[in-house]
Design a protein around this ligand. Structure first.
Ligand SMILES: [Zn+2]
Length: 463
């Protein structure tokens, strides 16, 4: 029985066009070379070490962001690419100032210090801070129910947690991020004096996680300060509120919005041998939040993207299309770099075929999300067997990435590199997002996985 099955499969295999099987063999050899080079002679970890430990957190408009621009430009120039340049872009500058301070004051006058941090873009509190009663809510929709009567003069405490039952943690994050982004804008409409938001993490610890917030059209005199509170702090505050609904919360923060300042996207390219005027982009964002050193978000994506071009040079691979690495500025609090890149691409009439973003951390690669038509999706599906030896299996239609998003309409395929996401939000936007949180091998596997997809799209083109 077994023998018969084998002979049947040989007959079947002989019908596969020779060209396809030769391509597959050639591609699997190339992928093996890419992974081996990344794991044995990789440079991504060394770059990340410098970016994280020698430069540090790279908030848009900061000295660190400026140094990171110069450093990555110099490193890309070392790779012998055909062109490396800086693309000017104006970015918002916001500074945290002195560390925030907060405590819960119970009716007996006891004070317990809790860990908070200002949300990015928030205004400061008055110089003496704010002390007020707290109203806990489970989401933006509860504000209208409570109304001005219950919320005026209060600090609104958004405490809806990320849903731990969701396997893809980005979905859990998306499910609660509106509290952080719009909480202050919405609460101000009901006369609230400040906003506290439960940190967007599944971890229970004392680290507050910052992130972007917006005031929308709220006039400056009605903008209220917004802070993230650690999950331990949020649990503690919530439990105390059940015992003493009229306890008071005090917080003081010293942040400031400075308006726009000049900065840059960092770009390097290898000219395509057959289609020099058709572009394939790989990138991450160079800016980061300021509490940690931004190694996971998005130092990892930056160095992995640089590594893709370095691997191609190292392996003497001559791409058919022009391959660009773009290190975008200001993803975290404005997306100005991504918008500028897309705007310039459109203005110059540059035909973009494919873009891949790495902005989900430097963890073990799982696969990709794709924003494209069915023909391109099926094409990537047909390549997935090539990724099997590297334990990369996941493919789903979905969002490519924030920075490459503005290219939509002038591009065939937007792809997001998807590493394992279980630990990402432990570090995301917190002081714990440091170099130590990134594993060298996982980072390198990610770079190789990205290089492999770029290689396949370059070799076969988009549909
Ligand atoms: Zn990011």
């Amino acid at each position: 029985m077994k023998i018969r099955l084998i002979s049947l499969s040989i007959v079947f295999l002989s019908f596969i066009p020779l060209a396809i099987s030769q391509n597959t063999v050639q591609d699997s050899i190339m992928l093996k070379k890419i992974y081996t080079a990344a794991l044995t002679q990789g440079k991504s970890y060394e770059w990340l070490d410098h970016l994280a430990n020698n430069i540090g957190g790279r908030l848009s408009g900061s000295i660190e962001a400026e140094v990171a621009v110069k450093y990555t430009e110099a490193e890309l120039k070392e790779l012998g690419l055909d062109k490396v340049w800086l693309q000017p872009v104006m970015v918002p500058k916001w500074t945290r100032g002195f560390k925030e301070y907060a405590y819960i004051e119970t009716l007996s006058g006891d004070k317990t210090i809790v860990d908070i941090c200002a949300l990015g873009g928030s205004v400061a509190t008055p110089s003496l801070g704010i002390k007020a009663e707290v109203v806990e809510v489970n989401g933006l929709e509860e504000l209208a129910v409570l109304g001005k009567e219950k919320l005026s003069g209060k600090i609104v405490f958004f405490n809806r947690p990320m849903d731990p039952s969701l396997i893809q943690t980005f979905a859990a994050y998306s499910g609660v991020a509106d509290q952080r982004y719009s909480g202050a804008m919405e609460a101000a409409k009901y006369g609230a004096v400040g906003v506290l938001v439960r940190s967007l993490t599944l971890l229970r610890d004392d680290n507050p996680h910052t992130g972007a917030m917006s005031y929308g059209d709220t006039p400056p005199e009605r903008q209220i300060p917004a802070a993230a509170i650690s999950t331990n702090g949020a649990e503690y505050l919530s439990s105390l509120l059940k015992l003493q609904p009229d306890l008071k919360f005090y917080f003081k923060q010293n942040c400031k919005n400075w308006g726009d300042v000049p900065s840059f996207n960092v770009i390097g390219e290898i000219k395509g041998s057959e289609y020099p005027d058709e572009y394939m982009v790989v990138g991450g964002h160079l800016d980061s939040w300021d509490l940690g050193d931004g190694a996971q978000d998005d130092g990892a994506g930056v160095v992995q993207s640089m590594e893709v071009l370095r691997l191609f040079k190292k392996l003497n691979y001559t791409p058919r299309h022009t391959i660009r690495v773009v290190l975008f500025m200001n993803e975290e609090n404005g997306l100005r770099g991504g918008k500028k890149y897309a705007q310039e691409a459109k203005r110059k009439g540059e035909k973009h075929r494919f873009a891949l973003e790495s902005d989900a951390g430097g963890f073990t690669p799982r696969g990709f999300t794709l924003d494209c038509n069915d023909a391109n999706f099926k094409r990537v599906e047909s390549w997935m067997s090539l990724f099997e030896p590297y334990l990369v299996h996941f493919l789903q239609k979905g969002h490519g990435g924030a920075d490459i998003g503005p290219l939509k309409g002038n591009i065939d395929v937007l792809a997001g590199f998807l590493p394992d996401s279980q630990r990402y939000f432990d570090y995301h936007h917190a002081a714990t997002d440091t170099f130590e949180a990134v594993n060298k091998r996982e980072l390198e596997l990610g770079a190789a996985t990205m290089a492999s997809l770029v290689y396949l799209f370059d070799r076969y083109g988009t549909k």
